[in-house]
Every structure is written in structure tokens, then in C-alpha cells.
Design a protein around this ligand. Structure first.
Ligand code: TPP
Length: 294
């Protein structure tokens, strides 16, 4: 495994990469290597290293032999494409399932068009998009603060990015992160932005449902000290932001609610999300395995 650049922020990708020994190309010998999987860190300009490696492969003739047997594409690439297609097919239509973070993430990413900027908050929004949304050809910039920030300043960061890029802003955020940055709503309003803020209200931090504490702590204590539901007054928040409040009741209403600027609040049950998440993941993994004959 040849890696160029920092270890990726994505936990899923980091966990996958950790299974293989790696050669890391780091032009400044400054990047961290927290996985300790790098057998070698090479200080080199990436293009120079790639050219040198390709020249070696050409010399050995091995590269040509391998790719000519499959008409240019490697076997690995064919497997990847087959798994990707099977996974995508397995998830098709799940944006219309009962509200859960994966369904909302899919519905939102399908709805946004060219020239938009999608900002993903911690913690479930970024994970849901990473896990359940495939690539699209649309001109959409997707940004997040993962790895740099917590759930603070998310609205402000999203507003600043949309302003700097001159793009229409969509923000996918949980209600706790939204409450954390009410000042960001005011700032966005003052700057004249007209965002579509999709707030998934799952009555607390949904991420904790995925941690061992959800099963081990007594439920009332878990709710009070870990999940921390707040029951915000969304009408007041929308008024503060100068946005229309929309609270869709199902996937058709959600799709319509995403057309215009506004505060779109989707009420979800944390445990429905937890179950939907595992079920969809299992379905996708089974489809990929079948496509690969595993
Ligand atoms: C400033 C800050 N405080 C606390 C945390 C710990 N934390 C991580 S995720 C989370 C819950 C976030 O809840 P919400 O915004 O509703 O999103 P969800 O997890 O439901 O997607 C908390 C409190 C943090 N990351 N950053």
C-alpha cells in the first residue's frame, strides 16, 4: 500500500488501511503516522517517486504482463467496481425508509444540485454520508471539520465556507451541535446567506448509541448524562435564523422541504437509526461479498 499524505480522517478507511503494511510518501517528513503501519516513510516529491516507481515496473516488465491479461484494467480494479456497483444497488431506495440518519443523508445528498456546498457536522451526519452515500457527478463541494473540531462552531464554519466559495449552503447537523452555535445562525443571517439547514433531531447525541456505554449504563442515567436530550424550541430557532421552519413527516415531504432555504427539522428515533444503520450495512456487505464470490 502506497500512501501519499496524512493518515485519512475517516475512521472506516483508517481501520481498513491498518490491515496492510504501508509505504508513506511524505515530502516534508512532517506527517504523523498514528497507525504505525508504515514500514517505510520516504521523503520525496510524490510525482518524482511515482515516476521512479513506474520506471522500475517498466524495467521489470511485470506491470505490462499483469495489465495486458485484463485489457489494461487490473483485476483489483474490476473487483472494486463490482463491489461498488453491488453495494450501490443494495442501498438503492433506502432514502425512502422510515426516518433515520442514513435515510436523511441519502435523501439530502440526492436532492442538492450543482453549485452547492454541503457541510457535514459531527457526529452522525459525516458518518452517515461516508457510509451510505455513493459518489455523484454533480458539482457539489462537501466539507466538514472532522478531526479538527468537535460539535462547536459548526454553523459558523459552514456559513464562512459557503460565503468564501460563493455557493448555496446545505448543512446537515444534529440538534445538539445546532444548539451549540446559535451565534452562527445570527452570523449567517447577517451575512445574507439563505441556507437550507437540515437538523436531525434525535433527542440527544446519536453517536453514543453506537458505543458500549449504550448497552452497559442504566438507561435513565445514560439518557441524562450521555445522550443529553434538550428538546429545543425549533420555531424560536428558525425565527432567530430568519428561516422558515419545516418539519416533514415522511420522505416525500422531506424531498419537497429540501428545495428551498429553511430550517428543516427531521425527527428521528436514535434506536431506529441504530437498527437501520446495522441492517443497511449488513445488506451492503452481503451484496459486496456476493458480487466478489466470497
Ligand atoms: C465542543 C464539544 N463538546 C462535546 C463533544 C462530545 N460530543 C461528540 S458528538 C456529541 C453529540 C452530538 O449530538 P448531535 O449534534 O445532536 O449529533 P448526533 O450525534 O446526534 O449526530 C457530543 C456531545 C464534542 N465533540 N465537542
Amino acid at each position: 500500500m502506497l500512501r501519499f499524505g496524512e493518515a485519512p480522517t475517516s475512521k472506516t478507511l483508517r481501520a481498513a488501511l491498518a490491515r496492510w503494511p504501508q509505504l508513506v510518501c511524505d515530502p516534508w517528513l512532517a506527517w504523523h503516522e498514528p497507525t504505525r503501519r508504515a514500514e517505510r516513510v520516504v521523503q520525496a516529491a510524490p510525482d518524482a517517486l511515482v515516476e521512479a516507481l513506474l520506471a522500475r515496473l517498466d524495467e521489470s516488465g511485470e506491470h505490462r504482463e499483469r495489465t495486458s491479461a485484463t485489457g489494461g484494467a487490473s483485476r483489483w480494479h474490476a473487483m472494486w467496481t463490482a463491489a461498488e456497483r453491488a453495494t450501490r444497488d443494495a442501498l438503492a431506495g433506502s432514502e425512502r425508509d422510515a426516518f433515520s440518519e442514513p435515510a436523511v443523508a441519502r435523501a439530502l445528498t440526492a436532492a442538492i444540485g450543482d453549485g452547492s456546498l454541503l457541510w457535514l457536522s459531527s457526529s452522525l451526519p459525516i458518518r452517515a454520508v461516508e457510509t451510505f452515500v455513493g459518489p455523484r457527478a454533480a458539482d457539489v463541494v462537501v466539507l466538514a471539520n472532522r478531526g479538527a473540531n468537535g460539535i462547536d462552531g459548526v454553523v459558523s464554519a459552514a456559513a464562512g465556507a459557503a460565503l468564501a466559495r460563493g455557493r448555496r449552503l446545505y448543512l446537515l447537523i444534529g440538534e445538539l451541535a445546532l444548539l451549540h452555535d446559535l451565534g452562527g445562525l445570527l452570523a449567517a443571517r447577517r451575512l445574507g446567506l439563505e441556507p437550507t439547514i437540515v437538523c436531525v433531531n434525535n433527542a440527544g447525541g446519536g453517536i453514543f448509541e453506537f458505543l458500549p456505554v449504550a448497552a452497559s449504563a442504566p438507561r435513565p442515567l445514560y439518557e441524562e448524562f450521555i445522550a443529553t436530550p434538550h428538546d429545543p424550541d425549533f420555531a424560536a430557532l428558525a425565527q432567530l435564523a430568519g428561516l422558515e421552519l419545516r418539519e416533514p413527516a415522511g420522505s416525500d415531504e422531506l424531498a419537497r422541504a429540501l428545495d428551498e432555504p429553511g430550517l428543516v427539522v427531521v425527527h428521528c428515533d436514535r434506536r431506529v437509526t441504530r437498527n437501520a444503520w446495522s441492517a443497511l450495512r449488513e445488506r451492503a456487505v452481503a451484496a459486496a461479498r456476493a458480487a466478489l464470490g466470497l
